[in-house]
Design a protein around this ligand. Structure first.
Ligand code: SAM
Length: 204
């Protein structure tokens, strides 16, 4: 474990028990974000940084009983809450770093990542690892149930253009990591960037 991991685990470990009650009511936003991915029935999807697994029931509904849903998170307390909420019925939960996934290349149809990107120590390399696990044409959804401005206001700060999730930064970051940005929405009620996995040889 790195210092970055320890910080993440301490931060979210301390918040795990109240995570769901604090953000109760977000369910329909998660459901809509998952629907926007258009995952194929029978497909395979990873919830990267799944936390307490709020997206897992919707991901399971999207791929159906014959599909595969994985939830990966670094913080044991968040995964414990996912189990307590019964969300391990919908997915196989893995305690692992999404930057070092125990998955083969091109095995997934998509990756859903809510509230994750700001916590990645090496965003380009870490997004490239997610790309490795997804088949060409598969999707990445970077989601947050509130937009950048609303989140910054909640945290008592302003958004700036060097924010990783600002479109002028995110688009080239994704491209360098093997993803093509397809759509970008940043409004008070949601942040959702959808990107497609490029063919591995598509960029020089
Ligand atoms: C803001 S929370 C979001 C949790 C959940 N996706 C949700 O929407 O409720 C971010 C989560 O990402 C996890 N995380 C951060 N960095 C990670 C990494 N490198 N690998 C796996 N999980 C990570 C944290 O432990 C935390 O549970």
């Amino acid at each position: 474990m790195t210092d970055d991991h320890t910080q993440v685990q301490e931060f979210f470990g301390a918040r795990a028990a109240h995570w769901d009650s604090r953000f109760a009511g977000d369910g329909p936003r998660y459901e809509a974000a998952v629907a926007a991915m258009g995952l194929p029935p029978g497909g395979a999807v990873l919830d990267a940084g799944c936390g307490t697994g709020r997206a897992l029931p919707y991901l399971r509904a999207a791929v159906g009983a014959s599909g595969t849903v994985l939830g990966a998170d670094l913080t044991q307390e968040m995964l414990d809450e996912a189990v307590r909420a019964g969300r391990d019925r919908h997915a196989l939960l893995l305690r692992t770093d999404v930057a070092r996934l125990p998955l083969g290349t091109g095995v997934l149809d998509g990756v859903f990542a809510a509230g994750l990107i700001a916590h990645l120590p090496e965003p380009e390399g870490n997004l490239r690892e997610l790309a490795r696990t997804v088949r060409p044409g598969g999707l990445l959804a970077l989601f947050h149930p509130v937009g950048r401005a609303a989140l910054a206001a909640r945290q008592g700060r302003r958004i700036t253009e060097d924010d990783l999730r600002a479109e002028p930064r995110l688009r080239p970051l994704l491209a360098d990591a093997g993803w093509r940005l397809l759509s970008y929405v940043d409004e008070d009620s949601r942040f959702l960037a959808l990107a497609a996995r490029e063919e591995p040889h598509a960029r020089p």
